[in-house]
Design a protein around this ligand. Structure first.
Ligand SMILES: NC(=O)c1ccc[n+]([C@@H]2O[C@H](COP(=O)([O-])OP(=O)(O)OC[C@H]3O[C@@H](n4cnc5c(N)ncnc54)[C@H](OP(=O)(O)O)[C@@H]3O)[C@@H](O)[C@H]2O)c1
Length: 246
């Protein structure tokens, strides 16, 4: 079984990769991030599990570069699982907006490129490796703050809007995949608040919430992913497997 984890250098992506390789001795893993091949922790993981990991460097905000990176994959490969664990909340150029006046259109567009369009570009580029008769699972790590009906605090325009758009992308793809990529299950999955570089600047305000370690989150997410059935196609699930409101 071949699994592709996009965002393999991230807190959650890396922990999911390490657990998959340790738990499933037949698993082959493709890891993608902007700097996957230069990441020391990944190099250690690859050395621990020889011939079971392939690393691809690609920026999902650059669709042409992403396509080129995917061309390195062998033509005969069958990918059965895609986990999109890429996400952008803040970087050197942007912090989450508190109010309308804080919105920077370029930063907001970049959030869409990474959080929403990157997912679609990736799956679009992977279609040749997904066209086979084995069951496929496509999981986009979304966020509860992307829920429209659950939004009671406002703020975080770019992240909330791009995750809400990701949820719609998942829902659309789930419908189309039933025609072109059967059998398949496509879901949006909220990982739960997790101590990673993405959440690090907000640790104080997160103090009231339960914050999981990346290892706890990875364990939770694998339990949900392993127990998925086709009836859950197109769902927005929480880290404990329960359904979330759109
Ligand atoms: N942590 C939380 O509390 C939390 C809560 C809700 C939802 N989530 C979601 O869970 C997912 C994983 O988050 P995390 O906490 O593990 O974040 P993280 O530690 O910041 O990791 C983010 C990953 O995205 C990759 N990435 C960022 N921009 C990219 C780009 N343009 N092209 C390719 N890769 C890119 C990073 O790799 P490089 O920098 O090496 O490219 C890294 O692997 C995200 O979708 C996030 O929104 C997290």
């Amino acid at each position: 079984m071949t699994t592709l984890i996009a965002g393999i250098t991230g807190g959650i992506g890396h922990a999911m990769a390490a657990q998959l390789l340790a738990d499933d001795h037949d698993a082959h893993l493709i890891g993608l991030a902007r700097s996957a091949s230069g990441n020391e922790e990944l190099a250690e993981l690859a050395a621990r599990y020889p011939h079971r990991m392939t690393l691809l460097d690609a920026d999902v905000a650059n669709p042409e570069g992403l396509k080129q990176a995917l061309q390195q994959l062998p033509k005969e490969l069958k990918i059965t699982r895609v986990i999109y664990a890429i996400g952008l909340l803040h970087d050197a150029a942007m912090t989450p907006e508190k109010r309308l006046a804080d919105i920077d259109i370029q930063s907001m567009a970049h959030s869409y490129q990474v959080n929403t369009l990157g997912f679609l570009s990736l799956v679009q580029g992977l279609v040749p490796w997904l066209r086979h008769r084995e069951a496929k699972t496509i999981v986009a790590l979304s966020a509860k703050v992307g829920s429209l009906s659950d939004n009671r605090f406002g703020g975080w325009y770019a992240y909330r809007c791009s995750k809400a758009a990701l949820n719609m992308a998942v829902r659309n793809l789930a419908i189309e995949a039933q025609r072109g990529l059967r059998p398949s299950t496509v879901i949006a999955l909220h990982p739960g608040t997790t101590a990673t570089p993405l959440s690090a600047p907000y640790q104080q305000s997160l103090a009231k919430l339960k914050v999981h370690t990346p290892q706890e989150t990875a364990r939770n997410l694998w339990v949900v992913i392993h127990s998925l059935t086709e009836t859950q196609n197109g769902c927005f699930l929480n880290w404990d497997g329960s359904e979330l409101p759109w």
